[in-house]
Design a protein around this ligand. Structure first.
Ligand code: OGA
Ligand code: NI
Length: 363
């Protein structure tokens, strides 16, 4: 994939002008911006591999979460088999009747809009210095090494097992704590169904991954309107490292999923969450449920905000393929066991290149 290669090669040299680079929001709001500065232009653009809408007979799966707690065994069986199919065929699905109140989702959206609307100076207060800082506001992906910049500002906050939150805007911490708790509950509920769909006890993943201490990280992404969207990239192709990623957005599309050899545009149903399986679900399922490449493109009209919660194992859990899914001869373990936090460190020290970190734990 040309785009992946060009991204990887861009990460090798420190960017000497990094201190002068401000947020893309400020840049986009500067008057008369009709073209993008050259350090945002990719030589291999997203237009090189045009995205398509999904086919009617192979559209992104929809999971009705409420059926997982149904007292009707047929309904339960049906949703578990829907989950199996969704994880196996797509690695991406929408979740409806998810139990997270619309009020909480809206409050989160408002808080993040408020956060990105703070002045550049106020936001700088939250500019993390180290990858392990609980709160990190920034731009692009890794602005100290990116040679070409992504059209994206972000806020990353670790919310569980230890809770961090920026002190602004006022009330953010209550809203974030409540929302993250509700999404964690959703993630654990889905993992029960996914466990069952793998032929394991419903509580298997929850227990084996020590989900009481699940590492949960918020990433809020801001993609301002871009005068030359075909030349810029919001977020390059990557897979997510956790077990399940749960995403909502402000009604503006931009996410694309690599499915069936093509980039497919994803426009979620209003009020639904978009969920995708991560590298650690791939590892624990011994490759049965693969993490999937996705990327974000930008547009020239609307600001897009996506609010993403990554739900992973506890940081100290050594994740290995489930014993029940491995047998000596025909189905050997395909991944080495590694602590989740060691995997994250490996990822932080590597160039961003599709699923390359996962490749390194493959046997
Ligand atoms: C992510 C991600 C996609 C988007 O934050 O990991 O894939 O649409 N975001 O913002
Ligand atoms: Ni992602």
């Amino acid at each position: 994939m040309a785009t992946v290669c060009s991204v990887a090669s861009l990460h090798q040299e420190a960017n000497p002008s990094r201190l002068k680079v401000g947020s893309v929001k400020t840049l986009a709001e500067s008057s008369n911006l009709t073209s993008i500065p050259s350090h945002y232009a990719f030589t291999t653009s997203a237009s090189g591999d045009q995205a398509v809408h999904s086919d009617h007979d192979d559209s992104i799966p929809v999971i009705d979460f409420s059926l997982l707690s149904s007292s009707n065994p047929d309904q339960r069986r049906k949703v578990v088999s829907d989950l199996a199919k969704a994880c196996q065929d797509w690695g991406f699905f929408m979740v409806i009747n998810h139990g997270v109140p619309e009020r909480q989702r809206k409050a989160m959206g408002d808080m993040l809009t408020g956060f990105f609307d703070l002045t550049e100076e106020e936001k700088r207060e939250f500019e993390g210095k180290h990858v392990l800082d609980g709160i990190r506001w920034g731009t692009s992906f890794n602005a100290s090494v990116d040679k070409v910049f992504f059209w994206r500002d972000y806020l990353k906050v670790r919310v569980h097992p230890k809770f961090y939150c920026p002190s602004k805007p006022e009330g953010f911490s209550e809203v974030l704590a409540e929302y993250a708790g509700a999404v964690r509950k959703l993630a654990r509920g889905l993992l029960k169904g996914i466990s069952e769909s793998l032929g394991l006890e419903p509580g298997y993943i929850d227990e084996a991954m020590n989900m009481d201490s699940s590492l949960q990280i918020l990433t809020a992404n801001l993609y301002p309107p871009c005068p030359q969207p075909e030349l810029a990239m919001g977020m390059p192709p990557h897979s997510d490292h956790g077990l399940l990623t749960i995403l909502m957005q402000n009604g503006i599309g931009g996410l694309q999923v690599h499915h069936g050899g093509k980039w497919v545009k994803i426009d979620p149903i209003p009020n639904a969450f978009l969920v995708n399986t991560g590298d650690h679900l791939e590892i624990m399922s011994n490759g049965k449920y693969k993490s999937v490449l996705h990327r974000a493109v930008v547009n020239n009209k609307d600001t897009r905000i996506s609010i993403v919660l990554s739900n992973g194992p506890s940081p100290d859990t050594v994740v290995t393929p489930a014993e029940q899914l491995v047998d000596g001869e025909s189905n050997r373990a395909k991944y080495i066991g590694m602590k989740y936090k060691d995997f994250l460190e490996l990822q932080q020290s590597s160039v961003l290149d599709g699923k390359s970190v996962l490749e390194r734990v493959k046997i």
